[in-house]
Design a binder for this molecule. Structure first.
Ligand code: DX5
Ligand code: ZN
Length: 225
């Protein structure tokens, strides 16, 4: 059985004490930190850049950092985020003029590479590129904001991506991002997701991060039986 990974989206964290939030959520059981980069151009919101990631590394954050670029263009940011200490970098195919070149840039800088699909972005971008990827990020909300509702038609897309992945010999991870909570995570896992990006359902939970993540794992454990 594949291991399920929880990637906590710091978009929902308190930016006034981001380093502490990351330490707390990792101590509470999150596997990865999801770092949403929004540029007020590709998406209608503005967040954080490589300087913030660099500061977090200098502050002592050792966790795996999964950078989700929702910006246009991406190539300069790819280099700057890799230098700042990113482990995984994902971008959207429509956000760059040369997808293959942007993928190569991520690899050359020693990071794992992900391609991100908005809810309505077709999967044909995978036709020639799937073998270059470590991860496929399926958006289950339109990117830009935390706390949105999971779009039900994405279940079909997740299983399509899973089928494409299963035909390959290499392991490629399937990450789902947006609107994931205790009620729907089990179903999303059943459709084939490996990495679950969770923002508001962790950081805005009425329970502690530890209890919340424990409850999420209980839901995921139900699948293994
Ligand atoms: C949306 C971001 C997501 C978001 C997830 O544009 O890419 O990572 O923070 O937040 P929730 O879990 O609240 O939907
Ligand atoms: Zn994201």
């Amino acid at each position: 059985m594949e291991k399920f990974l929880i990637s906590a989206s710091i978009l929902s964290a308190n930016f006034a004490y981001l380093g502490k939030e990351i330490n707390d959520v990792i101590k509470s059981g999150a596997d990865i930190i999801h770092f949403d980069v929004m540029d007020n151009h590709y998406v209608p919101n503005l967040t954080i850049g490589p300087l913030v990631l660099k500061s977090l590394r200098e502050y002592g954050i050792k966790a795996l950092i999964d950078v989700h670029l929702m910006s246009q263009p991406v190539d300069d940011l790819i280099m700057n985020f890799a230098i700042a200490g990113a482990n995984i970098i994902s971008f959207h195919p429509e956000s760059t003029k040369h997808i293959d070149r942007s993928i190569s840039l991520i690899k050359e800088h020693g990071c794992k590479v992900g391609l991100a699909f908005n809810p309505s972005t077709p999967l044909y971008y995978l036709d020639y590129l799937i073998d270059e990827l470590d991860l496929i990020l399926v958006m289950s909300v339109n990117p830009g904001f935390e706390g949105q509702t999971f779009l039900p038609y994405i279940f079909k897309k997740i299983s399509k991506v899973k089928k494409i992945i299963n035909k390959r010999k290499r392991k490629i991870l399937l990450e789902v991002d947006g609107g994931i909570n205790l009620e729907n995570i089990k179903k999303i896992a059943t459709f084939g997701a490996n990495i679950f990006v969770i923002g508001s359902a962790i950081f805005k939970s009425q329970f502690s991060y530890k209890e919340t993540i424990r409850n999420i794992r209980i839901e995921l454990d139900k699948i293994k039986k």
